[in-house]
Design a protein around this ligand. Structure first.
Ligand code: SIN
Length: 491
């Protein structure tokens, strides 16, 4: 079968390798260079190696708890059952996870995990090690790789996907296929502050929406609690808190236990909101105190964070560092079944672009690389298999009709990102969401037809912004990462 994989993070690379190894003719199309994208930025690791007293069952329980009751238990069972095989595969493909002197995998702990079960590589450079190893495997495999190719749209013929339209060096082109696997990642650049690399503009979800695919749960946007308060955004891994670092207010007081019995290791949404509220109350960023871990340990276990904080003028071994939340991960996306199939025949989605049901309303830390590997492999295996069951509910389209409006303010990407940050961020109100929807719709109604990559990205961001705000308005109660409150408090 002729297969196109779009995207080259862990999900796309895994899908491409598995499809190729099963005898399919694979073309991997990627927006930047092979292996660019969010995977390479992942610090924390891959959850799923079970030490004493831990089990896949307990991992499933933690995942379901983090998902706030909205995860699909069948998808979670698959994640934890197949995780070990995918981690073993990563090792076989050359990912050198960190080990103790006697050769055992070192296991880290992150928020809302009941046990240390996260493998990491290069201390805090896990994603980079994975992206390197899988990209090298793809290069060595003979898979055709098309870099710097922007996904303009999916080609749908007689109701099934039959290829993609691309923009390469300013020229529109196309590639035919019998199946397309989208692995284009999330949409962090909807927001003014994000951990996501440049180019994370929701291109795959937007193309799927235009083609008529079902999407769901776009209102569930995860904000990572601890981004160094210094531009450009730089994530300070949750594993630092897992090792014992604490969050303190302007008076040096530990405040997380006022909010949650698990303190700094409470679920991510809880920690992010507490940090935002505390920062608003004190008029300055809260601080992460890792000094008790010692300079030697910090440099060895977190070499990337150690280097970057020092480059930015912070000596975290001796003083607490200022931290603030930022948009990190999209739990929702293109609705898939347990094998990555979407509502459009011959279209698959894997990784952050997909809504498999694993994450529910809030993703458990270090489950994203795992999900990419597990469902990337499953989608490749399913290419020739007929669907066995209808797609799970809920399925919602995000493309409400546009109202007839005139523009009230000029569109710019930073203006959209600030609007989303202010009104569709950590804390959401009915008025704020309605106001944001009005502005986004007026911008969409007057946007010119996109001609270059930046304009296509803007159109994708606007489409997703509208779908996200509409979804947030529809979900009138707070759950997981979606938090509704009567009035904004100034974050
Ligand atoms: C982190 O290292 O804190 C991020 C890990 C994740 O998002 O899963």
């Amino acid at each position: 079968m002729n297969v196109i994989v779009v995207g080259s993070g862990i999900a796309g690379l895994t899908a491409a390798l598995h499809a190729h190894e099963s005898g399919h003719v694979v073309t991997l199309v990627t927006k930047g260079a092979l292996g660019d994208g969010s995977t390479g930025f992942a610090q924390g690791g891959v959850a799923g190696v079970y030490g004493d007293g831990d089990s896949a069952r307990q991992h499933a329980r933690d995942t379901l708890d983090a998902g706030a009751g909205l995860s699909d238990p069948a998808a979670v069972s698959i994640l934890v059952a197949e995780g070990a095989a995918r981690i073993a595969e990563l090792i076989a493909r050359g990912v050198a996870f960190d080990r103790s002197p006697d050769g055992q995998l070192l296991l880290g702990r992150e928020a809302a995990h009941s046990h240390a079960r996260i493998v990491h590589a290069g201390g805090d450079a896990t994603g980079a090690a994975i992206a390197r190893a899988l990209s090298a495997a793809v290069r060595a495999s003979g898979i055709t790789v098309v870099e710097d190719a922007f996904l303009v749209d999916l080609v749908v013929v007689d109701g099934a996907v039959r290829g993609i339209r691309t923009l390469v060096d300013g020229t529109l082109g196309g590639l035919d296929a019998e199946a397309v696997i989208l692995a284009t990642g999330g949409a962090g650049h909807l927001y003014a502050h994000t951990t996501n690399p440049e180019g994370t503009t929701g291109d795959g979800i937007a193309a799927a929406l235009r083609a008529g695919a079902d999407v769901a749960d776009l209102e569930f946007v995860q904000f990572h609690p601890t981004i160094l308060d210094s531009a450009p955004a730089f994530l300070v891994s949750e594993a630092v808190r897992g090792e014992g670092a604490i969050l303190i207010d302007a008076d040096g007081r530990r405040f997380m236990f006022d909010v949650h019995p698990d303190g700094e290791l409470a679920p991510r949404d809880v920690v992010s909101r507490a940090i935002a509220r505390q920062a608003a109350a004190q008029g300055s960023p809260v601080r992460l105190d890792a000094t008790m871990l010692g300079a030697e340990m910090l440099a060895k276990r977190f070499p990337t964070i150690d280097r970057v904080t020092r480059e930015r003028g912070f000596d975290w071994a001796h003083e607490p560092i200022p931290v603030t939340p930022a948009a990190h991960y999209l739990m929702g996306g293109i609705v898939t079944d347990l094998d990555g199939r979407t509502s459009i025949p011959a279209l698959f989605a894997v990784g952050e672009v997909a809504r498999t049901g694993v994450h529910g309303a809030n993703r458990l830390a270090s489950n994203s690389l795992l999900e990419g590997a597990v469902f990337g492999a499953r989608a490749a295996a399913a290419l020739r298999m007929p669907a066995s069951a209808p797609l799970p509910a809920p399925t919602r389209r995000g493309d409400d009709p546009l109202p007839d409006r005139t523009t009230t303010s000029p569109f710019s990407r930073p203006a959209l990102q600030q609007l989303m940050w202010d009104h569709v961020g950590l804390l959401r109100t009915d008025d704020g969401l309605a106001q944001a929807l009005d502005v986004i719709r007026s911008w969409r109604a007057t946007a010119p037809a996109p001609r270059d990559v930046a304009a296509h990205e803007d159109a994708n961001l606007l489409l997703l912004a509208e779908a996200t705000v509409s979804a947030a308005l529809r979900r009138t109660t707070s759950v997981g990462a979606h938090f509704r409150e009567p009035a904004l408090i100034g974050v």
